[in-house]
Design a protein around this ligand. Structure first.
Ligand SMILES: C[S@@+](CC[C@H](N)C(=O)[O-])C[C@H]1O[C@@H](n2cnc3c(N)ncnc32)[C@H](O)[C@@H]1O
Length: 204
């Protein structure tokens, strides 16, 4: 039977919709980790950046600071309740928000300098199509940052799970996946208190 991506999207919405109102209170001390990760993306004043799967917008203030008032910050999420929390947290002034699947973005080709995706890639129903779509909207040599405030081993332990080699965030798997979708992995960090993979958009 064909895999139904619409069902997957509904499952993602239901999962995160139910958690949205409590999201920021679960890990209230993550702010500095987001700021530090954004600092490594290499954004410049005036740049255009997308927070893909922005959730409650925890990265948005740091992204806005990095691109300055002349830059553009976009925040996209599949879950309406998450976008409502961006507003409730008072972060909506930092970015243009829109409800969208990052695998089908209402954006033209090569319009972005960078994409920041925190806690996103393992939730994408089809990671390959999602990463390919992100490559479509980023200019050649633009950046992709895949971030999590906790490394893979610590996250698995927190959830009472084992690390598995087929985890798409494991370096060999991710490197291959990125190469197949228009990206080149340029740095990879997976420590207890940070996961950060940085990739560059390959020339078309
Ligand atoms: C683990 S949360 C992380 C939220 C936020 N980036 C953060 O770091 O707090 C994952 C977010 O990705 C969103 N998401 C998952 N799949 C998505 C997709 N295909 N398109 C857009 N957003 C998606 C979820 O709705 C959720 O808000």
């Amino acid at each position: 039977m064909a895999h139904d991506l619409a069902d997957d999207r509904e499952a993602v919405r239901a999962f995160f919709g139910e958690r949205a109102a409590r999201w920021d209170t679960r890990f209230p001390d993550d702010g500095p980790a987001y700021t530090a990760a954004v600092a490594e993306v290499g954004l410049r004043p005036g740049d255009t950046v997308l927070d893909a799967g922005c959730g409650t917008g925890r990265a948005l203030p740091a992204l806005r600071k990095a691109v300055g008032p002349e830059g553009t910050v976009l925040g996209a999420d599949l879950t309406p309740e998450m976008l409502a929390e961006v507003v409730r947290a008072g972060r909506d002034g930092t970015a243009l928000l829109f409800l969208a699947d990052v695998a089908r973005l209402p954006l033209p080709e090569a319009c972005l300098d960078a994409v920041f995706g925190a806690g996103l890639v393992s939730h994408l129903p089809g990671p390959e199509s999602g990463l390919r779509e992100l490559a479509r909207v980023v200019r050649p040599r633009g950046r992709l940052a895949l971030f999590h405030p906790v490394g893979r081993a610590a996250l698995a332990a927190r959830r009472g799970r084992q690390l598995t080699p087929d985890d798409i965030r494991a370096e060999p798997r991710l490197r291959t996946l990125l190469a197949a979708t228009g990206w080149r992995l340029v740095s990879f960090t997976d420590e207890d208190d940070r996961y950060l993979a940085l990739a560059e958009r390959q020339a078309r």
